[in-house]
Design a protein. Sequence first.
Length: 462
Amino acid sequence: MQQLWGSRFSKSQDEIAKAFNSSLEFDCKLYSQDIQGSLAHVKMLGCQKILTETEVEKITTALNEIKAEIETGKLVFNPDFEDIHTNIEKFLVEKIGEVGKKLHTARSRNDQVALDLRLFISEEIDKIQNKLLQLIETFIKIQKENTETIMPGYTHMQRAQIVTLAHYFGAYVEMFKRDFERLSDCKKRVTILPLGACALAGTPHNIDRTKTAEILHFPSVGLNSMDCVSDRDFVIESLSDLSMIMLHLSRFSEEMILWASFEFKFIEVDDRFSTGSSIMPQKKNPDMFELIRGKSGRVYGSLLSLLTTMKSLPLAYNKDMQEDKEPVFDAIKTVKDCLSVLIPMLETLKYNKENMLNAVNKGFLNATDVADYLANKGVPFREAHQISGNLVKFCEEHHLTLNELSLEQFKEFYADFDLDIFDKITPMSSLKSKNSLGGCAPDAVKAVISINEKWVSENKKS
Ligand code: ARG
């Protein structure tokens, strides 16, 4: 079987080399983007009178038929042709003969493959962004129901200060908002048109690249033909954004795994999203969260693999770059799968509010409130911190909580303590006092929820 490039060779390709060289197994995924790119290219060639109207029509009709026939299974890819681009071109020539061979005027597979991947990633970014919006909306729904659900906030994994479930989840809302915005920014660099760069140097044909970009809704055109065919920054950038999403998903999963443990018992994962043990009948395992946490490694691996592949490639196209596809396909699928399982799982999580509140009552989470109380009375904060520390030490020695001390005992540590100290150190007043923007007080959190609801609706529209 003659390859597209076979005419200058006198021997046919070794079967092992042919199989090794082939990317069809994975780049067949790009069939619709390949056809979309060809349709735009042929339209532009027509506008520029490089092809006649009849030629454009014939090629266009045939390409549309090929797409439909691939989808119904009528056309089956031939592994003898090394990639998706070659396969589709062969289908075209089989259908319409010589005219089909004109499609490749002013184009090379080097700019073609770059375009296909850009089209694919751009579509997938939209899909992932939609899922991120759904996830954020789910978090916001839970937040609205839990602005007064008190729980401990931690630093160094030690109980630190009182927060709420709404505030805790609000932190993840901010992370996923940033992920969304990073993808929007990345998309600007994904949708730069490489087509027209041809092999590496551009073309002598009178093409109009701006026209092709317009047809494909690409806002910009690549300005250097060598860069157009050798740039894979857009893939690496996408992988980096996907890695960051996985980082956030993994941190969240880690928290949920801890919270579901017997030691915390803050949440219960719905049976539909849990698994059991084959030996220990009592077990209910948070496997979905563990898998999400685990799959972060796989996406980071994809980023690292492409960074390494690209790091010493001279300009312009090198076959090494064929190795860009599998990592990015896998990372996109992994992120989508993780988001798809997390959203319904999150909707069915049950919170053990009593245990969260009990956890707040031990661990001196209001010790900072005692110091803030004194600072309000004019005691320099450093000194106030020391007095509160002494009180904690005293309580620990006597197995008491700060709320259980008498006013006299407080006064032994600082004479100006008043009865109002008891009011200031209840969990609710501790919470309500953190009322500046971004703080954990219910009103402050409600204000942020409104800001974020507006953010979601604005980003849904665009
Ligand atoms: N399968 C190739 C890839 O994925 C397509 C480009 C081939 N170009 C070439 N000059 N051999 O990179």
